[in-house]
Design a protein around this ligand. Structure first.
Ligand SMILES: *[C@@H]1O[C@H](CO)[C@@H](O)[C@H](O)[C@H]1NC(C)=O
Ligand SMILES: *[C@@H]1O[C@H](CO)[C@@H](O)[C@H](O)[C@H]1NC(C)=O
Ligand SMILES: *[C@@H]1O[C@H](CO)[C@@H](O)[C@H](O)[C@H]1NC(C)=O
Ligand SMILES: *[C@@H]1O[C@H](CO)[C@@H](O)[C@H](O)[C@H]1NC(C)=O
Ligand SMILES: *[C@@H]1O[C@H](CO)[C@@H](O)[C@H](O)[C@H]1NC(C)=O
Ligand SMILES: *[C@@H]1O[C@H](CO)[C@@H](O)[C@H](O)[C@H]1NC(C)=O
Ligand SMILES: *[C@@H]1O[C@H](CO)[C@@H](O)[C@H](O)[C@H]1NC(C)=O
Ligand SMILES: *[C@@H]1O[C@H](CO)[C@@H](O)[C@H](O)[C@H]1NC(C)=O
Ligand SMILES: *[C@@H]1O[C@H](CO)[C@@H](O)[C@H](O)[C@H]1NC(C)=O
Length: 407
């Protein structure tokens, strides 16, 4: 705390030198140039936001006392800044926001471990952030969209509410230490052939994954909400430890190289189950423990066999349609109509050339009429897919706002 006298003395000094003095408790602390950053960096701690002017540049280094920003660190619409660094900053209480900062090529924060949220949008020149080891270990949400980033290894968070990684053209490998995620993970439209690994993930509320070429979740046990895979290029999907999709839907739509879905311990899908237009998938034989489906089942594809040996309770309808011959499977499945499949088997068709052209999702758990209006009972599946595949920054910003609203 400074006395009033001291504050006015500093202000007077500022006037004398022709520069408005920057105070550690300014709200916000405004950075217009390197001199401001030097001064701000000589505060031990800044309780409010630190906001960069859109003309602040070119190479900005904070003075080396600053360890904590209580508010957000914000750089928006700045095409001048090339590098930004702080050798001492450990914590940003609010959002670390870099939005439309197209000339930034270097971001160096070796001591930063904790942020409220990361929100990086439209960083057209940043190849990778430089953090220390272990890097950022605490953040409630992470949004990285429309960047030049090829590596996010410095983000080592284990528990968070939201993560959204999209339209990063050079991000071809995303390996994350997340253990649990309590709202939603979106991954869409990054580098072609992006591989994605979540070796420690144990439970996740919802995930929507698109345009990924390999996917690994060896420890995943529970999905509390929904899990969707749309337009991916992985040849197989393995979730060896997944036992339950608690409330929501499971869907695989238009994954053209998918040949094997193996979720051997999965007992329950709380909402709807959709497998549609995965044209290389010839058999459903990896859902051997599946007993309960809270919504409808919709399986359309190029199958020659559909085995659901433990199926015991489907609340909605079920539809099985193939371009190939599934007559043998149908003999088994049709026996379940009206008893185990409460909403009846509405179709079990072989040799249907239109099998792959209906990709709407099965109904979710609220009613399970399931005959293809695409409205999942949980979390409006059509809408969440649409938002995940939009590539405009406007949408991203809106999502970012949503993310921020959860903080
Ligand atoms: C940044 O630019 C966008 C688009 O040009 C504009 O909508 C937004 O208001 C600007 N933000 C700020 C803080 O100037
Ligand atoms: C998700 O399920 C796991 C395992 O049952 C549980 O520990 C966790 O609290 C649940 N999370 C949410 C957000 O419901
Ligand atoms: C993507 O992977 C496929 C094989 O899975 C390969 O044929 C193709 O060249 C790869 N594309 C890129 C851009 O790496
Ligand atoms: C799978 O689940 C079991 C039982 O909870 C656990 O012991 C095992 O470590 C898990 N496997 C992986 C790869 O996490
Ligand atoms: C995520 O799943 C939970 C159920 O666990 C649900 O209540 C919530 O609305 C979902 N959030 C999104 C964004 O889908
Ligand atoms: C699918 O993958 C599982 C697990 O790796 C394997 O046991 C099974 O044989 C595979 N099925 C096919 C048809 O490749
Ligand atoms: C089916 O998948 C293919 C390949 O991914 C895609 O080109 C096609 O548009 C999809 N069909 C529908 C109806 O979505
Ligand atoms: C499926 O294909 C048939 C003809 O091949 C067409 O009449 C129908 O409109 C298509 N349905 C969808 C949902 O695209
Ligand atoms: C990426 O996935 C979206 C669906 O979420 C799809 O519309 C789009 O065509 C895919 N892009 C590529 C290159 O596969």
């Amino acid at each position: 705390m400074y006395s009033k006298e001291l504050v006015s003395a500093i202000a007077a000094l500022g006037l004398v030198s022709g520069v408005a003095a920057l105070g550690c408790r300014d709200d916000p602390v405004e950075i217009k140039n390197q001199a401001d950053a030097t001064q701000a960096g000589n505060c031990d701690s800044i309780p409010n936001d630190v906001v960069f002017d859109s003309m602040a540049g070119v190479d900005i280094i904070f003075g080396s006392r600053l360890t904590k920003i209580g508010g957000s660190l914000i750089v928006r619409n700045n095409s001048v800044i090339h590098s930004l660094q702080s050798s001492s900053l450990q914590t940003i209480g609010g959002t670390f926001e870099l939005n439309n900062v197209i000339s930034l090529t270097s971001l160096v924060f070796p001591k930063l471990t904790e942020v409220g949220a990361i929100q990086w949008i439209t960083l057209s020149a940043l190849p990778e952030p430089t953090f220390g080891t272990p890097g950022i270990t605490k953040a409630k949400s992470v949004l990285v969209a429309d960047t030049f980033v090829a590596n996010l290894d410095g983000i080592n968070v284990q528990e968070l509410t939201d993560m959204n990684i999209n339209n990063n053209d050079r991000l071809s490998k995303f390996s994350t230490s997340i253990k649990s995620l309590s709202n939603a993970l979106y991954v869409n439209n990054n580098a072609l052939n992006m591989s994605m690994e979540m070796p420690n993930l144990e439970w996740i509320a919802n995930m929507t994954i698109a345009n990924v070429s390999s996917f690994s979740v060896p420890s995943l046990k529970t999905v509390n909400g929904s899990m969707r895979f749309d337009s991916n290029y992985f040849p197989q999907f393995l979730a060896p430890n997944l036992t339950e999709i608690h409330d929501g839907d499971l869907s695989f739509v238009s994954n053209p190289q998918l040949q094997n879905i193996s979720i051997p311990l999965l007992k329950k899908v709380g909402g709807g189950l959709t497998v549609a237009n995965n044209t290389d998938l010839e058999k459903i034989d990896g859902l051997d423990s599946l007993e309960t489906v809270g919504g409808a089942i919709k399986m359309r594809g190029s199958f020659n066999a559909i085995d659901l040996p433990k199926l015991d309770n489907v609340v909605g309808t079920a539809e099985f349609v193939s371009t190939g011959d599934i007559k043998k499977s149908c003999e088994q499945l049709e026996k379940l109509s009206g008893n185990i499949i409460q909403g009846k088997v509405t179709a079990c068709d072989s040799n249907n050339d239109r099998a792959n052209n209906d990709t709407s999702e099965a109904g979710g758990s609220n009613g399970g009429s399931g005959s293809g209006n695409g409205n999942g009972g949980n979390g409006d599946s059509a809408a969440s897919l649409a938002s995940a595949s939009m590539s405009t920054v406007v949408t991203l910003a809106a999502l970012g706002g949503l993310v921020a609203a959860f903080l």
